[in-house]
Ligand binder design. Structure first.
Ligand SMILES: [Zn+2]
Length: 305
């Protein structure tokens, strides 16, 4: 296990909830990302376990996907006075709660309503235990995402901009916004920061950043060459996410859930219109089963892997 400074706690979660990172010193305790709402109690318990003798003071969301901000509401109740900061761009949709604009409705996911207390801008800095952490805009996976870098210790909180094996699906592309260039520019920025180790939004900590960047770039090249493959990848991500949440559900119910998802509808219309929506969803599920990510069991579909 990699040695992190005592002021940094990395809490690795499964894929339904994003990882959580606690930064703390004698004066303050800051949490980065709060996981998915169905795990909010667990997130609270894990975070409380890592806090050393003081309440949580600040919660920062790297971006407002439901698996990164689903625990916000519960933590806000648990820690009265909690400062809750989100990136600009989507902040207005939190203030005038809009689950559609916040992508919860189009992805078929849920996030309990929370209140923000402020916005954290790219370039913002804060000090924990004498080390400066700076936010950087990291568009691509999400147009308003931030990553947070501690140059002194070479530690990067990369959220979904870079994982050990890849990066988060590029949602804006499905909405008709070209964002592969932004993914590339964000990877370039990460390379220039020269992190010694990366604390990603999902999966484990890693130190071989050049190898991760090479894998991410090769994946990006594949998506650029075949945007339809990216669209089906993104669709599978959404289906798998729901299976992680539900674990086992009748296929009829699962398909009915998928029918209302505007992200899936867009992906189908743009990239797979030659087959019916029903057959497309079925094919995607069979693809997930083939890769071991789910199992079709009679009339039921179950999470696997
Ligand atoms: Zn995300």
């Amino acid at each position: 296990m990699l040695h992190l400074p005592p002021s940094v706690s990395f809490i690795e979660r499964g894929w339904l909830s994003s990882n959580n990172i606690v930064l703390q010193d004698e004066a303050k305790a800051v949490l980065i990302d709060s996981g998915y709402w169905t795990h909010a109690e667990q997130t609270h318990a894990l975070v409380a376990h890592h806090l050393v003798g003081k309440p949580l003071q600040t919660l920062i969301n790297t971006h407002l996907h439901s698996d990164h901000c689903g625990g916000n509401a519960l933590l806000q109740n648990a820690y009265p006075g909690l400062e809750l900061l989100v990136p600009p761009g989507h902040a207005a949709y939190v203030e005038n709660w809009d689950p559609k604009a916040l992508s919860f409705t189009p992805t078929g996911q849920h996030c309990p309503k929370f209140r923000l207390t402020g916005v954290i801008q790219p370039g913002a800095k804060f000090i924990v235990n004498g080390a400066e952490w700076q936010c950087h805009a990291a568009p691509g996976h999400d147009p308003n995402a931030l990553i947070i870098f501690n140059a002194q210790d070479g530690i990067l909180i990369s959220a979904d901009a870079l994982w050990e094996n890849g990066f988060g699906a590029v949602f804006p592309e499905i909405e008709g916004f070209e964002a592969f260039d932004e993914v590339e520019a964000t990877l370039q920025m990460i390379e220039e920061l020269k992190p010694r180790c990366v604390l990603p939004g999902h999966g484990g900590i890693f130190e071989d950043v050049p190898a991760a960047l090479t894998r991410a770039r090769s994946r990006l090249a594949q998506f650029r060459a075949a945007p339809d493959k990216h669209a089906s990848h993104l669709a599978k991500v959404l289906l798998k996410f729901k299976l992680l949440e539900l674990q086992r559900v009748s296929y009829t119910e699962f398909y009915a859930w998928s029918e209302d998802l505007s992200y899936l509808r867009l992906a189908h219309k743009e990239y797979a219109g030659a087959v019916t929506y029903k057959n497309w969803i079925r094919d995607l599920c069979l693809g997930l089963e083939k890769s071991g990510a789910c199992a079709m069991d009679g009339d039921f579909i179950c999470n696997a892997g």
